[in-house]
Design a protein around this ligand. Structure first.
Ligand code: GTP
Length: 420
């Protein structure tokens, strides 16, 4: 055990690993911009910063709903469950309604088309049943759910194209067929999709409609234009509905997982993430290092008692800002309890974790917030650091690191102690 030397560099610890990229996704919703300074720490609790256009777009949640690039693995898993259940319901609806129309075809279609179309409908029915099975084979996997959603949209689109080709030369009116692309675009609106996902699926449907209009020689007619107009309008409304759903999901998710004062993850989420991480770590042959920091503000009660709780809150926000700035965006940062914080550093060895802890300690020492009376309020932190050992349970690691933190407090505070 040792109190480490102060690290002069201000760059975050940077060792690579597979788990680091996983953790990056876990926390991506909370990425701050890195700023380097020491001195007065502004009271930014949300973890959002930036300027100009980027900031405006962030405020409009454009980046949140544009693609899933900034979504955590956990949020993606939650969203995939929404998509999976809706794909289940819709594939059952299609499986029921596809063969149900066969009697209507017998009334409306000419005899030479009947058997072929009935066969297409049975194939669509079988496709939907198979999709139902595939859709439930993997849970909490966004790629898989999006794949199944694409199949859900593609199967009726292929059925529509094949039927249209079959019925191209017949004189019967296409009752029960021509609305299919419009129905599919409308169906998109029940899913919480990003703009890119919905545009890709909607674009595919518009292309299908145009392809069929072209082959039935209606693309450049008034009817063709009317179809395009209608499907584009429906797609815009579907995109709007997608955005509303995705935005609401993100908000609910953030409320359930974040500490409102600092914007960091809450303790429950951190424990879950850490459990997942260690399970994966213990079962894999590659074992990149994983370290944990436990950080506690020193004599925080005194700050509250002297300057009031609002100033205490400012210190908590400033401290979390320092953590965000001194650690990598792939690290898992948590407000663990009142004035206690924790950080999981995947892909970082003990030496580098100690350096990172030392950077935070030093930044705190050099920083201050201002009280209501405009007095500078300084603060310091004590830190315990430990690295996950082979076959070690997560609780054992946390217990070890907590003991180091306790030792740092006992031996005078404003210290980093590593657990061996
Ligand atoms: N302002 C503010 N204070 C909080 C919050 N959560 C916990 N606290 C306060 O944090 C203080 C923690 O005090 P202690 O546990 O005695 O620890 P300490 O004064 O930091 O002493 P050491 O940890 O031993 O250095 C208590 O006064 C709590 O009321 C919060 O969200 N805002």
């Amino acid at each position: 055990m040792s109190n480490t030397t102060a690290a002069s560099e201000t760059t975050p610890t940077d060792t690579t690993s597979a788990s680091a990229s996983h953790a990056q996704a876990l926390l991506a919703e909370n990425q701050p911009e890195r700023r380097q300074y020491s001195g007065q720490v502004s009271d930014m609790g949300s973890g959002e910063s930036g300027a100009g256009l980027y900031r405006k777009l962030s405020e409009l949640n454009i980046f949140d709903t544009l693609s899933n690039r900034y979504h955590s693995d956990d949020f993606n898993a939650a969203r995939s469950e929404y998509i999976r259940t809706r794909v289940n319901i819709l594939s059952i609806v299609f499986a029921i309604f596809a063969p149900l129309w066969i009697p209507m075809d017998y009334i409306l279609l000419e005899s030479e088309d009947l058997n072929v179309i009935a066969l297409y409908r049975l194939v669509l029915f079988a496709g939907m049943v198979i999709l139902l099975l595939i859709n439930n084979a993997r849970k909490r996997n966004l790629q898989h759910s999006l794949f199944c959603l694409t199949i859900l949209i593609a199967l009726p689109a292929v059925f529509y194209t094949a039927s249209l080709f079959q019925l191209l030369n017949s004189n019967t009116p296409l009752i029960g067929y021509s609305f299919i692309p419009f129905l599919l675009v409308a169906i998109l609106s029940v899913f919480p999709l990003t703009i890119m996902e919905a545009t890709a699926l909607g674009g595919g449907l518009i292309a299908t409609l145009m392809y069929n209009d072209y082959y039935s020689a209606t693309l450049f007619t008034l009817d063709g234009f009317k179809d395009l107009w209608l499907i584009s309008t429906l797609l815009i409304i579907a995109l709007w509905a997608n955005q509303a759903q995705l935005h609401m999901l993100l908000r609910l998710y953030r409320q359930a997982t974040r500490d409102p004062l600092t914007g960091l993850l809450n303790r429950r989420v951190m424990t879950e993430r850490l459990k997942e991480l260690t399970q994966r770590w213990n079962s894999s042959s590659k074992k990149p290092p994983v370290c944990v920091l436990m950080l506690d503000l020193d004599r925080f009660k005194r700050i509250n008692d002297t300057y009031g709780h609002l100033t205490g809150d400012k210190v908590l926000q400033a401290f979390s800002q320092i953590m965000k700035e001194e650690l990598r965006s792939s690290d898992i940062l948590t407000r663990y309890g009142g004035e206690e914080f924790a950080a999981v550093l995947p892909g970082t060895n003990l030496d580098n974790a100690v350096k990172a802890a030392e950077r935070i300690r030093l930044r705190c020492e050099q920083s201050w917030v201002t009280s209501k009376e405009n007095e500078p309020v300084h603060f310091t932190t004590s830190v315990g650091v430990g690295q996950l050992k082979d076959s070690e349970e997560i609780n054992e690691l946390l217990h070890r690191v907590d003991n180091s933190l306790y030792e740092a407090k006992k031996s005078g505070r404003n210290k980093v102690i590593q657990s061996c």
